[in-house]
Write a protein that binds this ligand. Structure first.
Ligand code: ADP
Ligand code: UDP
Length: 237
């Protein structure tokens, strides 16, 4: 596997071509952003934790029947993934009200839902990732009806698996964001990452936030929270 030119540098990762046109290398950075890039900072060691955690969770999900882009972890920060054409939807699953849901609908953070919710944002930084519904995604040609149904099915399956897994670690899975992509043959697979950058994780006993909200809200102890949640994952995976 040979690493070739950089294709893209995002807010949290760099993406490189390889000598195989079907494969990419993603490299996880310590850079952190919030509020659509308005707030910038560094979370020391984050890239290493997110790379490891995302890979372990993707492998766990593969075993449970969810296809993913994961191929091989190369080192601390770099992983080989299947190249996909990203479906430009941020797929957000929620078990408990928090963040933009609480703000938008005037609901206290911490309200537990009877059933999980799935929502989509249109992945478009210039527009600020606006909330959209299935019909809008169809009208915009972002995905087909069948793809949207499959994506929702996978998202809810991921939620059930991760909720149970995190619960064993003494962590409550509040909400998270997924991205899906299409392989060359059109197969939909889970892509991007699953990490404390993209999930809300609360200590089940104390309610302490163990995720990127510590950075977003200037709560301090950001590195410690990422380290703690990784430690717990490693004890249970
Ligand atoms: P952002 O683009 O939001 O700043 P990142 O810094 O995480 O996010 O950049 C990673 C980019 O790579 C994202 O745009 C993501 O959609 C994309 N990506 C993730 N997995 C794959 C994959 N398997 N194939 C192609 N692109 C991917
Ligand atoms: N999320 C994400 N990327 C985004 C937006 C949200 O990873 O661009 C994650 C976020 O970390 C949280 C979940 O999706 O776990 C729901 O986020 P929310 O809509 O509440 O938005 P936020 O409060 O982060 O603006």
């Amino acid at each position: 596997m040979e690493k070739r030119e950089q294709l893209y540098e995002g807010k949290a990762k760099k993406v490189f071509k390889t000598d195989d046109p079907q494969l990419l290398i993603v490299s996880y950075k310590d850079d952190a952003t919030a509020f659509n890039g308005l707030k910038k900072g560094t979370i020391s060691g984050k890239g290493v934790i997110n790379n490891r955690m995302s890979n372990l969770l993707m492998q766990y999900l593969e075993k449970k029947g969810v296809p993913t882009h994961f191929v091989e972890e190369l080192n601390d920060r770099e992983t080989v993934v299947k190249k996909v054409s990203i479906v430009p939807l941020e797929v957000i699953v929620r078990n408990i009200a928090a963040g933009s849901f609480s703000k938008r609908y005037g609901v206290d953070e911490g309200k537990v839902f009877d059933v999980p919710t799935v929502e989509f944002s249109y992945k478009n930084d210039d527009l600020g990732d606006p909330l959209i519904n299935d019909d809008h995604a169809l009208a915009l040609g972002l995905a087909t009806k069948e793809e949207i149904e499959l994506i929702k099915k996978y998202a809810l399956a991921v939620n059930e698996e991760l909720k149970a897994f995190w619960s064993e670690c003494g962590v409550t899975l509040v909400d998270f964001k997924l991205e899906f992509g299409r392989l060359d043959d059109g197969t939909i697979v889970l892509a991007d990452e699953i990490s404390p950058d993209t999930s809300r994780l609360w200590d089940s006993k104390t309610g302490e936030k163990l995720d990127k909200d510590r950075f977003r809200r200037d709560l301090g102890g950001v590195e410690d929270a990422y380290t703690e949640v990784m430690k717990r994952l490693l004890q249970h995976i």
